[in-house]
Design a protein around this ligand. Structure first.
Ligand SMILES: [Mg+2]
Length: 182
């Protein structure tokens, strides 16, 4: 089966990544637990809006925020297990400036995939199962791929959607895929 897997908020801890860098650079003491809404960065930081945040995240002369993210516990191991019987298809939304950092990150963490899509219209990439945390993506994928199993990785910034399967951790996702398709 083809498993469409999002990166940020699912495999890569984007929030911890930017909060750690922000605290170090600006002497702030934010915690990633404070992030409970989509686009929370605009409210929690000194940036006026999300475009200011994204300009900073691009990194200037340094690597972008996407180059040094940690993985969530168990994520890479679970993908390794799943990749024995299924195709792991990475589907992630990234600005143009983050493309090469994202490929470098995928290589560094040895994400078991042969197929990577960087797109905002994720549902156009055909898969049997999708796993995402972005509220608008969960809705969009479920609406446009009713034949697929759409999974919400439960996070403080998303909410249940009728017909979408809730996933709380990586073991639960592995059990769902293996129970259904093996
Ligand atoms: Mg995400």
């Amino acid at each position: 089966m083809r498993l469409g897997i999002d990166l940020d908020g699912v495999v890569a801890d984007f929030n911890k990544g930017w909060v750690d860098r922000y605290n170090a650079e600006f002497g702030a003491s934010l915690s990633s637990e404070q992030i409970t809404t989509w686009d929370a960065a605009a409210d929690l930081t000194h940036f006026d809006d999300m475009s200011g945040f994204w300009r900073w995240a691009e990194g200037g002369d340094h690597a972008s925020i996407f180059r040094n993210l940690e993985t969530y516990p168990g994520a890479v191991d679970a993908l390794g297990r799943l990749s024995r019987n299924h195709e792991v298809v990475i589907i992630t939304t990234k600005p143009g400036w983050a493309v090469h950092d994202t490929f470098a990150w995928i290589a560094e963490h040895r994400i078991p995939t042969r197929e990577v899509h960087m797109t905002d219209t994720k549902w156009r990439v055909p898969c049997d199962v999708y796993l995402d945390d972005a509220p608008h993506q969960i809705l969009d994928i479920h609406r446009n791929r009713p034949e697929a199993v759409t999974c919400r990785f439960v996070r403080p910034w998303n909410a249940p959607v009728a017909g979408v399967r809730d996933i709380h951790d990586w073991d639960e996702f592995v059990s769902l895929v293996e129970g259904r398709f093996c």
